[in-house]
Design a protein around this ligand. Structure first.
Ligand SMILES: Cc1cc2nc3c(=O)[nH]c(=O)nc-3n(C[C@H](O)[C@H](O)[C@H](O)COP(=O)(O)OP(=O)(O)OC[C@H]3O[C@@H](n4cnc5c(N)ncnc54)[C@H](O)[C@@H]3O)c2cc1C
Ligand SMILES: *[C@@H]1O[C@H](CO)[C@@H](O)[C@H](O)[C@H]1NC(C)=O
Ligand SMILES: *[C@@H]1O[C@H](CO)[C@@H](O)[C@H](O)[C@H]1NC(C)=O
Ligand SMILES: *[C@@H]1O[C@H](CO)[C@@H](O)[C@H](O)[C@H]1NC(C)=O
Ligand SMILES: *[C@@H]1O[C@H](CO)[C@@H](O)[C@H](O)[C@H]1NC(C)=O
Length: 601
């Protein structure tokens, strides 16, 4: 029965496939804005918060007692003072809450969320000094746009503009560059004003202005996971606006391991999108060009545009069926269709409003970040961001780590060896536009990158059912563990599943310095939670052991029950990294000699 049904569905989907490419071509301009991640019973009390995906890695619910929306720094100060006086746990929340891990959740059910939603003003743009002062709830989009209007540029930035300056500093967010101070936004911060708890003598609150004369504190506050207090204002060092020239070049990936470093050194804004099962690497050749170079380019990333809900549902259903029927080849076919469609659409690059041969040249502020799906007209969910939890859309795990340049070749070669063993295993990643590889540099921030590195973003299918394994579960888990443990990858603080943070803090030589500043700023730990304590190595329990825990990345399996024995997934060593422990599919249960898959069908 299952098979008959899915054959029919598959035929149906082939008909849809050509429609899908057509749909991708439609330039939708309105969209339903993302949902407020905070929901309250009444009067801004008795609330819950999640993230932009509507779910934390452990699928828990985060309850809070109250949400406050300060309009000014003065209001913010009194909010922090009052909560400190009453010994209430606090966390800072942002308009969209784009980080995946449970950073935003205060302990207990009576905690306070301080939203930066109304701290959204640009305070000063100094064209001569090339600086900009903003409140912490200002989004990356506004920073880029306001700077651009003044003839200024934030040179490097995350590719997604729906995040706030306070939030992106919290997790060390970045774009791609090995040049200058590198791609992390916190490298361009020259001053931070931060509001923290304090003693009764201080009126329970202290406001500090940190600048380059106080390197120790600034290095702690630049990437703080939100545990030092509330960042109120940020001063950014900008430069004069400039133009960029972008060409996408697709090559086979046989020499990717050798090319990756020299490519990054050669191209100021370069990145690489890797399609490992297609054995292709897409090089984004992206350089600064003279300002008088012709071109009015715009980069409007296709996955970040408002997308038709119907299209998202078709794509999701197609993948669910392929998971159910173990149709890895089918995923590979779909991945190729999507890759070809994206390439035909120049990945969202246009010149003067239309498709154009490479290179596409344009001003930095129009080429560096995008995210039109957050736009705030309301079309009743006809279109939305792909991951909007109110519709049937993208539902994924994301593993993101950076590997030092000196080791990155070996990591790439290990992944290539796994693809040689299982050629179809990574087509699922390609459905999510492959592995994005971006350059980051060593930072003076205590929780910033420790070495020049390549950051890998790996996005893959997550079942709505936490106990349901995925296709090539073992290969994906092995890659995750190779990156994190064999090559000591540093997890992105704002992405990843729980296991990404196992031993993470030990990888930071300056962690102690960070913890010292934290103890000074927030003696009582009011801005800390169980999760941030675990991540910072102050408490055990970053991973959770229970049935099926490895499927959700809550643990590394050590026994079969952590996988899905009833679906034929057992805990095994990795194929090439023998220290890995992964949930591997075995058609025949070795101990009982009985076909589990047959039982399922
Ligand atoms: C579609 C998408 C694309 C992305 N692209 C990139 C990318 O290109 N590069 C990249 O590096 N990352 C990227 N990310 C990850 C994202 O940049 C980070 O997760 C970022 O931290 C989210 O910012 P936010 O404003 O949503 O903050 P939140 O996720 O709400 O908060 C992050 C942390 O900062 C704390 N915080 C927030 N504001 C303050 C404040 N004012 N004072 C003190 N603490 C504060 C919060 O309490 C929390 O601990 C992407 C995420 C998504 C969903
Ligand atoms: C809501 O809050 C206001 C001011 O804090 C208070 O006066 C009012 O009684 C509250 N209403 C409810 C229903 O709790
Ligand atoms: C209550 O929440 C809304 C947003 O949902 C906000 O606009 C408003 O300012 C809040 N009220 C108070 C008193 O904080
Ligand atoms: C990949 O491309 C190189 C040239 O860039 C070529 O020498 C090599 O044979 C190609 N490999 C495959 C598998 O096509
Ligand atoms: C850009 O497009 C507009 C309208 O489509 C056209 O009038 C203009 O000439 C174009 N400019 C260039 C430089 O091609």
């Amino acid at each position: 029965m299952t098979i008959l049904f899915s054959e029919k569905m598959r035929n149906l989907l082939h008909v849809f496939k050509s429609t899908l490419i057509l749909l991708l071509l439609i330039n939708v301009v309105i969209s339903t804005p993302p949902e407020d991640p905070i929901k309250c019973l009444s009067n801004n009390t008795t609330c819950t918060i999640t993230n932009a995906n509507g779910i934390f890695p452990d699928r828990s619910t985060c309850k809070v007692g109250e949400v406050k929306y300060p309009n000014t720094e003065a209001e913010l100060i009194s909010v922090v003072a009052l909560a400190t006086k009453n010994n209430i746990k606090m966390k800072v929340a942002t308009r969209f809450s784009h980080s995946i891990p449970k950073l935003v959740c205060p302990d207990g059910q009576k905690g306070l969320l301080i939203s930066t939603n109304k701290l959204n003003k640009i305070l000063k743009v100094d064209v001569v000094a090339k600086t900009m002062v903003v409140e912490s709830g200002v989004t990356l989009r506004e920073i880029i746009s306001e700077a651009g209007k003044a003839g200024l540029a934030l040179p490097y930035a995350p590719y997604w503009w729906g995040i706030t300056i306070g939030g992106l500093l919290g997790t060390g967010a970045h774009g791609s560059s090995l040049w200058g101070k590198g791609s992390a936004v916190h490298e361009y911060v020259v001053e931070i004003r931060i509001v923290s708890p304090s003693t009764p003598q201080d009126g329970y609150v202290k406001v500090r202005t940190l600048d380059e004369s106080d390197q120790d504190h600034l290095n702690a506050a630049k990437v703080s996971l939100g545990v030092l207090g509330v960042i109120s204002q940020v001063t950014l060092k900008l430069e004069s606006i400039f133009k960029r020239s972008i060409t996408y070049l697709s090559k086979n990936d046989s020499d990717l391991g050798d090319e990756i470093i020299s490519f990054g050194r050669k191209h100021e804004f370069g990145d690489v999108t890797w399609y490992p099962s297609q054995r292709k690497a897409l090089y984004r050749i992206d350089d600064r060009v003279p300002i008088n170079t012709n071109g009015d380019g715009l980069y409007d990333s296709i996955p970040f545009r408002p997308t038709l809900s119907a299209e998202l549902a078709i794509v999701r259903t197609a993948e669910e069926i392929k998971e159910l029927t173990r149709d890895a080849k089918g995923k590979c076919i779909d991945a190729k269709v999507i890759t070809i469609a994206l390439a035909a659409l120049r990945f969202g690059l246009t010149n003067n409003g239309s498709l154009h041969e490479y290179p596409v040249v344009g001003f930095n502020n129009r080429m560096q970040s995008s995210g039109t799906c957050v736009d705030s007209s309301n079309d009743g969910l006809f279109t939305a961001c792909a991951w909007d939890s109110r519709i049937k859309g993208q539902f994924y795990h994301q593993t993101a780590f950076s590997i030092p340049l000196s080791l990155v070749k070996y990591f790439i070669e290990d992944v290539q060896k796994l693809v040689d063993l299982e050629p179809n295993s990574l087509c699922g990643l390609e459905l999510n536009n492959g592995i994005l590889m971006r350059y980051v540099t060593a930072s003076s921030a205590y929780l910033g990158k420790t070495e020049d590195a390549v950051d890998f973003d790996i996005t893959y299918y997550r079942s709505k059912d936490p106990l349901q394994p995925r296709l090539f579960e073992d290969i994906l888990e092995e890659i995750e563990q190779i990156g994190l443990f064999k090559y000591n990858g540093l997890p992105h603080w704002g992405k990843n599943r729980n296991l990404g943070f196992v031993g993470a803090i030990q990888k930071y030589p300056n962690a102690e310095k960070f913890l010292k500043v934290k103890a000074e700023y927030d003696t009582l730990g009011l801005f800390s939670s169980e999760w941030t304590d675990q991540v910072l190595g102050l408490k055990e329990g970053v991973t959770i052991l229970k049935d099926g825990c490895a499927l959700e990345g809550l643990c590394i399996c050590s026994e079969d029950s952590h996988c899905a024995p009833n679906y034929g997934y057992f805990c095994k060593p990795g194929r090439i990294y023998k220290d890995a422990r992964v949930c591997a599919f075995h058609d025949v249960k070795e101990t009982e000699g009985q076909s589990v898959l047959k039982d399922e069908l």
